[in-house]
Design a protein around this ligand. Structure first.
Ligand code: FAD
Ligand code: SF4
Ligand code: SF4
Length: 837
């Protein structure tokens, strides 16, 4: 029996075992794998998830029993100290000896710690293992117990540094990133995309210090500050060093294998070192003069080594290794593929930039305009998978390449379906799964859904970047076979919104993590988090002040962000009625904070140009004068517009203002799948445009006619007559039921008009449910709505009265400084943002 010893049980060492099990058909091999860490290999790519649940087992690539079940001996907590090539033996830290026929070095790399004076002080960490994270968590807890405003810095603004920055935020410490280069992610991003990323990260509270060389780390025993220059010091209580990696090549050196000038064990395209019986794979291997700090090339190397050992000599590493990456850094999409930076002599670049939305897209196109050579995406990488495939497969691009990155509204076009890709297109590069593998798994009947495809092909189980494209392929293939495709919320919840709403309600779930534990999987995303937040709000009336982390940006700051990064303030003015005194207060507040004022179509006054830190101050003044949040930022009730009605208008049949105020106050703060607008007109002349709203009431002889499911906006639609000649009480009862039924059953971000369009049975069915109680749920709907009405609280009042909640309204977490980058220019006696240059 031939003995294969694998040194290193990291991601690549494990992958070697997995591929070995899959490829080897004979029992003439015995594999033993040694790991220095105390546990079986785990998913280092998703290491940061440990901060969320501190569950090391959840990160394991496979449980210990997997190795046993496949006849692999796993020895953890043991370091290999020597390799004796002449006797083909190795020695362990426990002084045991093992002989080998083949040796596989998968020792990975370790974080590079620059030789800075004081770097050994207490409170300085690296970011590589679960033990590193446990150490940080314990230290951060100690710091916070002493000082709730403790700060931590990350040395290094590269990919891992920014991930560590997120970890610092999650630990509740004030986060700082210190980068030597003049830009973030210098290896992946050009200057403009790096600036866009920086703006976005700063807007969510990260403090970024560029072009800073750290001279020394100050403090007695523990770190207290970083010193950059004589008068340039940053006080911090903790530091995470993330300044690159160095291969763990010490064993190669001591046994005289050929080494790279700057480290790494040299390998050929068979993954053999200078000793043909010793292989090196993963981050310790120097292939093509490069150490590849990504998992996908490591996995390929593992496959090549397995095949070579098994005698399939034709399987070798390709010459070119694709270093494309797509990541979500602190909730921000960042991707680069092919040649991200390209000299003008080699091709043309097409750039789309929208700093207000923190968006940057660049593609590099060959000089003849026919092929895509690479690109960079920041802020929205939803096009990454398709662009990457176009690049990898040399697919044709449109005559005007800008169409590939422009938003549809500006002439962008869709690239067509994922099904248009060639079958050989590699969709999951970590696991080398092609489009053909995915589609055939369904057409052959092996897989019925996304989960089956993942189990069968292992697609998406590496870095996970290909998930959206795999999901598209699965859905498109199922549809092409005439099978029904369930519209689930996202990859984390295999339910639609209505199903999840019911599950949360019935099980009385109280927060997002619990929801994910009970009904979901993974760690959630920007789609499911705000959706779950909205469901909680619709069930319990909780405001975005609780569970701030799962809200979308506008809800997080209780304000709409505007094109220059400032915010708008919109107090509620129910029914559009306002006293002169309140008007004066709005004027005074606008003057005090130099805000641009405008009367809106919803009959209220928007105040524009507020900086984040000013929001609580402005709202304090407004709330003191009796105003409340207008929820202009929420998927919730906006306004109930009214005409002047019978109190002043000679045509008026009823008091439209009074009724509009009553209704607006009843539903204020009500969260729903999309925004809601209402209107009340005093007669059929319809001055309040009630039929252009989600619900509208028009006074007629004998009461109110109720209309539902209309809207203005991009696809205007008139509301449909629902019931006639209602008295006030019945109108409110029907409205309660209609709104509650919509909230319970609509899909995410579906307004009432398209919801009604899709509702089987249409308006007649809706009437049966609401008026005739055909489903027997009317009583529930009434009670639910009344419960929500009773629980209403102004969320801005809540936010300013609780100092902890108010903390989030700061530009720079560490200081009260304002945002100096804002520039305004005068316009018609007010001000407007200066156009971007
Ligand atoms: C926080 C973080 C995020 C990352 N994110 C991404 C990402 O998004 N995408 C991506 O592609 N890559 C990412 N990476 C990089 C990726 O994790 C690595 O490329 C991959 O883990 C390399 O695998 P490896 O097996 O070569 O090395 P490792 O995972 O480091 O495993 C090597 C193992 O060998 C052990 N070992 C070393 N020497 C000995 C010895 N003498 N005896 C016994 N055992 C030994 C080590 O203790 C270690 O357990 C990330 C890395 C980190 C730390
Ligand atoms: S809708 Fe009728 S009542 Fe209202 S303002 Fe117009 S004309 Fe007057
Ligand atoms: S219509 Fe609405 S979204 Fe469009 S520019 Fe005007 S305010 Fe903005």
């Amino acid at each position: 029996m031939k003995k294969i010893l694998v040194i290193g049980n990291g991601m690549v060492g494990y992958k070697f075992c997995e591929k070995f099990v899959a490829e080897s058909t004979s029992s003439q091999y015995k594999v033993t794998v040694f790991g220095e860490e105390p546990r079986p290999a785990y998913d280092r790519v998703h290491l940061s998830e440990f901060f969320e649940n501190q569950d090391a087992v959840a990160l394991e690539m496979a449980p210990r029993s997997w190795y046993e079940d496949h006849g692999i001996e796993l020895i953890t907590n043991v370091r290999i100290t020597d390799i004796h090539r002449s006797s083909k033996t190795i020695t362990t830290s426990t002084e045991d000896e093992y002989t080998y026929d083949y040796l596989v070095l998968a020792t990975g790399s370790s974080p590079f710690v620059p030789n800075i004076k004081g770097v050994e002080k207490e409170g300085v960490f690296v970011y590589r293992t679960i033990e590193d994270l446990e150490g940080m968590l314990a230290y951060a807890a100690k710091l916070k117990a002493k000082n709730p405003n403790a700060k931590a810095a990350v040395l290094g603004g590269g990919l891992l540094g920014l991930e560590a920055g997120k970890a610092v935020m999650d630990m509740g410490l004030e986060p700082h990133i210190v980068e030597f280069a003049p830009k973030l992610m210098p290896r992946q991003l050009d200057s403009r995309s790096s600036q866009v990323l920086q703006l976005k990260l700063e807007s969510i509270g990260l403090n970024i210090h560029l072009s800073k060389a750290t001279n020394q780390i100050l403090g007695d025993d523990a770190i207290t500050a970083m010193e950059f220059g004589e008068d340039d010091v940053l006080e911090v209580d903790m530091l995470i060093v993330s300044a690159g990696i160095r291969p763990r090549d010490e064993l190669g050196k001591t046994c005289d294998l050929e080494m790279g000038v700057r480290g790494g064990i040299v390998v050929n395209n068979k993954m053999q070192t200078s000793d043909p019986e010793i292989y090196a794979i993963g981050e310790v291997a120097l292939y093509n003069q490069m150490i590849y700090g990504l998992v996908a090339p490591g996995y390929d190397m593992a496959g090549v080594a397995v095949n070579q050992i098994l005698g399939n000599e034709a399987v070798i590493m390709p010459g070119d290794i694709d270093m494309s990456t797509k990541l979500k850094l602190i909730g921000v999409d960042v991707a680069s593929f092919g040649e991200p930076f390209m000299p003008a002599s080699k091709g043309h670049s097409v750039i789309f930039e929208d700093k207000t939305k923190h968006l940057y897209k660049r593609i590099n196109v060959s000089l003849d305009g026919k092929s895509l050579l690479g690109g960079i995406l920041v802020g929205d990488a939803s096009d990454y998978n398709m662009l990457h495939q176009i690049y990898l497969n040399g697919m044709a691009i449109p005559e005007n390449p800008a169409e590939l990155i422009l938003p549809a509204s500006e002439g962008g076009s869709s690239f067509g379906s994922a099904l248009d890709l060639p079958d050989t297109a590699q969709v999951c590069s970590c696991e080398s799964v092609t489009k053909g593998d995915i589609c055939c798994s369904i057409t052959d009947g092996e897989s019925q859904n996304f989960g089956d495809v993942v189990t069968k092909t292992k697609a998406t189980t590496g870095c996970g970047g290909c998930k959206p494209m795999v999901a598209d392929l699965v859905n498109e293939t199922l549809k092409s076979l005439g099978k029904e495709v369930k519209e689930t919320i996202c990859e984390h919840f295999n339910f639609n919104r209505q199903e999840l709403y019911d599950l949360i309600k019935v099980n009385q779930v109280k927060d997002y993590d619990e929801t994910l534990n009970l009904f979901g999987e993974g760690h959630g995303c920007e789609t499911c988090k705000p959706l779950v937040a909205s469901i909680f709000a619709s069930i319990t009336m909780e405001t975005p002040n609780r569970q701030v982390g799962i809200q979308d940006t506008n809800d997080r700051f209780l304000a709409n962000i505007q094109r220059n990064g400032t915010y708008s303030v919109v107090p509620r003015i129910p029914g559009g009625e306002i006293t002169p005194d309140k008007l004066i207060v709005i004027g005074e507040v606008a003057k005090k904070y130099d805000l641009y004022t405008k009367i809106t179509g919803g009959q209220r006054i928007d105040l524009f140009g507020a900086q984040l830190h000013e929001l609580p101050l402005i709202w304090k003044d407004l709330i003191d004068a009796g105003f409340e949040s207008g929820h202009a930022y929420g998927k919730s009730l906006r306004t109930v517009k009214s005409c002047v009605g019978s109190t002043w208008c000679r045509y008026g049949m009823h008091e439209s203002v009074t009724f509009a105020i009553e209704i607006e106050n009843r539903y204020r703060g009500l969260r729903s799948p999309h925004k809601l607008k209402g209107g009340v007109s005093g007669c059929i002349r319809e001055c309040a445009e009630a039929r252009g709203k989600d619900f509208g009431l028009i006074a007629v002889d004998g009461g109110w006619n109720l209309y539902v499911c209309g809207n203005g906006g991009a696809t205007p639609k008139h509301a449909v007559l629902f019931a006639e000649q209602l008295d006030d009480e019945t109108a409110v009862k029907y409205l309660d039921r209609f709104l509650m039924f919509y909230i319970r059953t609509a899909g995410p971000l579906v307004r009432t008009a398209p919801w009604l369009d899709k509702l089987e049975g249409g308006i007649e069915y809706l009437k049966q449910v609401v008026i005739e109680d055909s489903l027997g749920i009317a009583e529930d709907l009434d009670a639910e709505m009344q419960g929500l009405v009773n629980k209403y609280e102004c969320e801005w009042k809540q936010a300013i009265e609780d100092p902890n909640m108010a903390k989030r309204f700061k530009h720079f977490v560490n200081s009260d400084d304002t945002d100096d980058n804002l520039v305004f220019v005068p316009m018609r006696d007010q001000k407007m943002p200066k156009a971007w240059s």
